[in-house]
Write a protein that binds this ligand. Structure first.
Ligand code: ADP
Ligand code: MG
Length: 706
């Protein structure tokens, strides 16, 4: 059978179904995947030495004939293979451990090449556990793959060695590499001095020098970033050409009237973002915009203005929050601002189960609107102009009328979820405009790369009048002192405290809840004279609400919470944020947690507890003391920890990079430039059929966003 690039690995000779399963564990499913499976390092076995010349400490390749093979035991009872290999200049002792089967692979008389390190074993010079390659008469292995060169080392999985992978990759390089088509336009290829694709792949697997691998890598990095961005632009083009939205007209006087009714003036950033969003609403294709802004930057009100405009144009809007508590908070705020303008705002909560989608009892503080909303359920949600809620908004029992705008708040996963959400609620009719909001900044490098299909508005400033949150990293030996300090603070200022338990898992589980419960118990004895509360994701919404109410009403001084609980809650009197095991969080996450305090008039503090003493960890945490900008902290974390760690790129819908890294800023800038020019000149790529084909398939699997 002829192998093509898309042939499943199973059909590669000497692979078969069992090994194909193992390869799948490495994400390798097709021949193409194998070609792009780039080694993570190279063993330098390129020095070939006559046996008589080997020196201790050297890593070398020698060639010769097996003259003796002896299966023995070490003193501790391990199986030991003692082998002698000779060439014209001398005889070398070679040992392996626990590989008695080698006697069948390397019987006396075998011609062999060995690569490894020369060391003392007792008072003999030996080569210990070397790579080996039978040279003999077998023509297949006459090409040296494992010795005598720079040898590629691949990430392995149980049952698949690097050596085996090397053999299979060498095989497909020989048989199928010639089929690979480089879709990169020749002019770009030459303008940027890129190595031809096939040569780059060949070189990365079996380079002649390390220097060569750098040029080869540059080509693959360039390609990956190029196609990633080209695809993003393509998605955008399709989005703009195939989706129809409800076009809004902007009634300036009424918008101005709403804005001037607010108890504050909008910041410049809020004004700009509002303009950008309203402008999107006037288009005939749906908005796809991300509103990014630090905690407290005032995103809600910007979204609210957009929803008001949709309403003025006869469209419904929904605002989806990640938790019920946030939804209720948004409801209270937005209803408060919009009710005087005759806008009907409804709150939907409940589980995702269809039967149980219901109108929740609205916050107690708003008695009159509570009635209004209860009534509204009876009349049907379609009478509401704005519906606020959790995922329950996606319930099929809710019938939308001219749904024109969807706002998703604190959206940490703007890839996957947002799309499915939209598809759910807009089975028929036009596509609503989509606004997602996040406090997690996307570093500029990443944003620039994927912004082809996503517009970005940033609220970079926090409304005036907020004091910087004083932040300290607290090492273990200062823990007691810190507790004393907290007690004194509560006594003096009446401020309240959040205690965030260690991050155990990314999602809230029983384990996390238990850990929080025991921390809560422990702190009782440290703060005996205060009331403590406990908040975790395993509690019922009612219990959580009651707890937060008690905290808000100052019946509780110290609230112990799990890290993932209720990201956006607004409690002005909370002035101290204590975070346990701070090193487990990304800086952006810490910054978001820190934003829970400092919302009122009190000077606020953030204490980052850590038991780590490692210099690097402390330096990273200490940047929290000096840096108070979310985007800056994100950049720092990107540099120090890489994006995967920090942003949970998957989670965010940011594609994983395969060969390139998000820190390849130069390549990102280059490819961005190239792609921009290309799509400006030829948006449909009509004169680049190869590129069009390429967009249809996946050169690099992970370049796909979903
Ligand atoms: P976030 O961006 O974190 O979602 P919110 O929208 O919850 O922030 O706003 C935080 C608080 O700041 C709210 O109480 C809101 O009313 C207030 N706020 C919003 N914009 C301004 C502004 N321009 N000036 C003063 N306060 C504002
Ligand atoms: Mg918010």
């Amino acid at each position: 059978m002829d192998l093509t690039l898309s042939t499943p690995v199973q059909y590669v000779p000497r692979v078969g179904p069992a090994r194909a399963k193992l390869l799948a564990k490495l994400g390798l499913e097709t021949v193409r995947d194998l070609l792009y499976y780039i080694p993570f390092r190279y063993d330098d076995f390129s020095i070939v030495s006559p046996i008589a010349r080997v020196r201790p400490g050297e890593t070398v390749t020698v060639g010769g004939t097996v003259t003796a093979f002896h299966n023995a035991f070490t003193k501790s009872g391990k199986k030991l293979q003692e082998v002698k290999v000779g060439d014209e200049t001398g005889i070398l002792d070679v040992i392996w451990f626990n590989q008695p089967f080698l006697v069948r692979v390397l019987p006396v008389g075998t011609q062999v090449r060995l690569a490894g390190k020369i060391d003392w074993y007792g008072h003999k010079l030996v080569m210990s556990s070397p790579s080996y390659e039978v040279t003999g008469l077998n023509p297949v292995s006459s090409v040296s793959l494992h010795t005598g060169r720079l040898v590629p080392v691949y990430s392995e999985t149980a049952g698949l060695t690097s050596k085996w992978l090397r053999g299979r990759i060498a095989f497909i390089l020989e048989t199928t590499l010639k089929n690979i088509i480089d879709a990169m336009p020749g002019s770009i290829q030459s303008d940027y001095h890129l190595m031809p694709l096939a040569q780059a792949i060949q070189t990365l697997h079996f380079p002649e020098s390390i220097k060569q691998t750098e040029t080869a890598r540059r080509k693959l990095v360039f390609d990956e970033l190029f196609y990633l961005q080209l695809r993003a632009w393509e998605e955008r083009r399709i989005w703009e050409n195939s989706k129809k939205s409800y076009v809004c007209r902007i009634d300036e006087p009424r918008v101005t009237k709403l804005i001037s009714s607010l108890p504050f003036t909008l910041t410049d950033d809020q004004q700009t973002a509002t303009r950008e969003i309203l402008n999107d609403l006037t288009r005939s294709y749906p908005m796809n915009r991300l509103l990014e802004g630090d905690v407290g930057a005032g995103k809600t009100v910007v979204a609210m203005i957009a929803m008001y405009v949709a309403h003025l144009n006869g469209s419904q809007s929904v605002l989806m929050a990640p938790t019920q508590i946030l939804a209720e908070q948004h409801f209270a705020t937005i209803n408060g601002f919009l009710e005087p303008f005759g806008v009907q705002v409804g709150l939907v909560t409940g589980s995702q189960k269809i039967e149980s989608a219901r109108i929740a009892s609205p916050p107690r503080t708003r008695g009159s609107s509570a009635k209004l909303n209860l009534d509204s359920r009876l009349r049907g949600n379609d009478k509401m102009n704005i519906l606020i809620g959790t995922h329950a908004l996606l319930s099929k029992t809710i019938k939308y009328q001219r749904l024109g705008l969807v706002v998703i708040d604190e959206q940490q996963r703007f890839g996957v979820l947002q799309r499915s959400a939209l598809e759910e609620i807009t089975k028929r009719g036009k596509t609503p405009h989509l606004l997602t909001m996040t406090a997690t900044p996307i570093p500029r490098t990443i944003a620039r790369t994927i912004m082809g299909n996503l517009d970005l508005s940033v609220l970079a400033t926090i409304p005036d009048g907020r004091k910087k949150i004083k932040t300290w990293v607290v090492p273990n030996e200062k823990r007691e002192k810190a507790y004393q300090w907290i007690i004194a603070q509560i006594d003096q200022t009446g401020g309240q405290v959040f205690v965030i338990c260690p991050l155990i898992e990314q999602s809230e589980t029983l384990v996390t809840a238990k850990a929080a419960t025991s921390e809560y118990a422990r702190l009782q004895s440290i703060f005996p004279k205060f009331q403590l509360g406990l908040l975790h994701g395993r509690m019922k919404p009612k219990e959580k609400n009651a707890m937060l109410d008690a905290f808000r009403q100052k019946k509780i001084q110290i609230l112990v919470a799990t890290p993932v609980v209720e990201v956006g809650i607004d409690i002005p009197n909370a002035s101290i944020m204590l975070i346990e095991a701070a090193e487990r969080f990304g800086l952006s996450q810490l910054h978001q947690l820190r934003g829970r305090v400092g919302r009122g008039d009190l000077q606020s503090y953030c204490l980052l507890f850590t038991e780590q003493v490692e210099e690097q960890t402390l330096t990273r945490l200490k940047s929290m003391e000096t840096t108070h900008s979310g985007p800056l902290l994100a950049e720092i974390d990107l540099r120090l920890r890489g994006p995967g760690e920090l942003f949970g790129t998957r989670q965010h819908g940011i594609p994983d990079l395969h060969i390139a890294r998000w820190t390849d800023t130069e390549a990102i800038a280059e490819t961005q430039q190239v792609v921009r020019e290309l799509v400006r000149e030829d948006p449909t790529l009509s004169s680049f059929p190869l590129l069009r084909d390429q967009l249809g398939e996946s050169t690099i699997k992970s370049a796909h966003q979903d």
